[in-house]
Ligand binder design. Sequence first.
Ligand code: PXL
Length: 448
Amino acid sequence: MNHERILAVHDISCVGRCSLTVALPIISSVGLECSVLPTAVLSTHTGGFKGFTYRDLTEDLVPIDEHWGTLDLKFGAFYTGFLGSFEQIDIVCRLFDDLSHEGTRIYVDPVMADAGKLYTVFGPDFPAGMRKLCERADVIMPNLTELSLMLGTEWIPGPYTHEYVDSMLERAREFGVKKVVLTGISFEQGMVGAVYRDFETGETGEVMRKEIPGYYHGTGDVFGSALVGACESGLTLAEAVEAAVNLTVSSIIRTYDSGADIRFGVDFEPGLADYIGEVSGSKRGITVTPVTDEDSLRIIASLANTVWREAYEGIVDRAQTAYMIERFQSYEAIRDQVDNRGYTYLLVRDGPRVAGYCGYVPDDRGLFLSKIYVHRDFRHKGVSSPVFEHLRTVARSLGKSKVYLTVNRGNEAAIRVYEHVGFEIVESADNPIGDGFVMNDYIMEMKV
Ligand code: PXL
């Protein structure tokens, strides 16, 4: 199993369904491990209850970080929300430094304001601090009030024109994030939803639903948690926003219909089954994910051990295959390639099942596809097409004009697959690989 922990950094409002009491169940519901770092403990959230208690946990955060340091803990993703004090912004940045690995994803919901107003617990310097946190993120999910405050522009009430929302999405580029999701957007009276843009792929869109009257606490957290759970399950941004909007809106409708006291948050729990179904339904299909964590690299090493023996049977003698596996595809060898030699490994899944992997490294000639292997059970199922598509995108983004690879001259099945996706044989090469072994290869190239 690819086992990566997500760290949710929010307050605990003991009653009122928001922040951690929402993040934990929603993220866990799709099979992901969610660790928590509480930023404050409140008897209830601050929206609508009088006399709530508030214990700021700023003092605890650094010792917790230090303890986790002694355990050599690294998180696969961070999801930050409501922070307990201004000082926590710098501490959370430090957590990102201390507890990330190379592939860690950072999701920041800059929780601090809504409907044009900063929450009363925060001072006027808070938006500038939150901006700093957003600048460390891969994905941010502000509402328009929060984005306006961080940009220092005036907030205006909706409905908005598409041009205006588009300009605000574009301004989020300034933060250096990969993706932005803007919540609480309305283009016409009676409709509300989220808009999104992926600055890397250009994917952009909106998910709009009928507006339900009333103000519902904690919906930003239901949305954010569902978005994180879906993205971390391998869904595209469009699919993740759709799943998050669906859970949020169904929860609001249920709450509205029941006439419940809306201060207690939205009735999201009965919607979890549909959310899980939507996430696991979308997960079906091929996903291609860059991995650097130990568990994933060990999965690759173990898969290589099976697939290489099979792939080279009858082509390369067994002693040479065993030597090649040990030298190039043991966990230690892969770790070294990733940490010190510029390699990226991609894990390829069909739904939740590991179907294959690939490893590449850019060099002067182009993007060198060093390894690509698909498990026997997943051959002829279209697994390799999304991988080659992914490689084309990577090559283009690195300014390379071709992807190239070496293939054993006796491996006719592989050569046919490569030709099918657009590779051509450009030369023959005999490469000694040590211990007296030689690889008798073709070099094949594909223009991107
Ligand atoms: O849902 C955002 C949120 C989180 N935590 C606390 C809050 C709020 C919004 O009011 O008060 C304590």
